[in-house]
Write a protein that binds this ligand. Sequence first.
Ligand SMILES: NC(=O)c1ccc[n+]([C@@H]2O[C@H](COP(=O)([O-])OP(=O)(O)OC[C@H]3O[C@@H](n4cnc5c(N)ncnc54)[C@H](OP(=O)(O)O)[C@@H]3O)[C@@H](O)[C@H]2O)c1
Length: 279
Amino acid sequence: MPASEEDPVTATQASTTRTGDKLLGRVAFVTGGTRGIGAAICRSMARQGADVAAGYSGNQERAEMFAQDFAGAYPESHMSVHRGDIANPDDCRRTVAEVIERHGRLDILVNNAGITADRTVLKMTDDDWRRVIDVNLSGAFYLSQAALRHMLERGSGRIVMISSVIGETGGIGQVNYASAKAGLFGLTKTLAREAAMQVQRMGATDGLGITVNAVTPGYTSTEMLESVPDKVLDALRSKIPLGRLGEPEEVARVVHFLAADASAYITGQVWGVNGGLDM
Ligand SMILES: NC(=O)c1ccc[n+]([C@@H]2O[C@H](COP(=O)([O-])OP(=O)(O)OC[C@H]3O[C@@H](n4cnc5c(N)ncnc54)[C@H](OP(=O)(O)O)[C@@H]3O)[C@@H](O)[C@H]2O)c1
């Protein structure tokens, strides 16, 4: 058994070596894949043998840095980066088409890209409400719709939504974010049901099917938390039973688990990775 799969210390650390072959021959498109949790998901997919397409919205410098580091660390994985605003339905359809054209197929879609624009309900502007819903919820819908068409043609696929523990608990100053992240549960379960129904109607026999699941990270060490004042972070940390923030790699390992062929009997589920925060 590879050490990084079993050892609780190394499980959170990025490794540059292949640690398994669960995703060999698969192509994964990870939105927001050039930094934070998304970049960890891309690395984790590559370590399991997948080819990877990483989406981003505008931070070209970070995308180039990611591409360069990734190519050095995982030379066996074919990798591409795709720029587009997932709030824009045309960008979503274009980037999915680009990935399929570039890699020949799309087996795994990870709807990871997300933003925050925090304000209390009374101070929330129409623009902040709409923008967060558009990116965090509608983007996942447009991308999933485009990917599902292709997956149905093949009869197999995996879609994973990166929601948030805030979608389950709500969060002060986060009404737009919590609503979008909770909306992903309805999207996940409906897509899971419809995809299963369609695959059964087609009579696909390979058993892989199309599954759709959501992962709900708790507070995770990425740039998204940089705007949170230290005092607030300390208070949040004190509420986490495991007493620390999560690492992006700890979210990523659940995603690659769900993406594997052998996870074919898991669909429409919500997987918490939050240090016990929602117990
Ligand atoms: N960090 C946490 O504590 C935490 C907790 C729970 C859930 N989550 C969720 O996990 C996901 C990843 O979070 P993170 O902390 O890794 O975020 P992050 O470090 O802020 O990275 C966000 C990524 O999303 C991309 N992105 C943002 N807006 C986009 C748009 N309109 N179209 C396309 N791509 C866009 C960014 O691209 P650019 O680089 O071009 O800007 C970047 O690659 C998010 O959905 C977040 O809500 C995070």
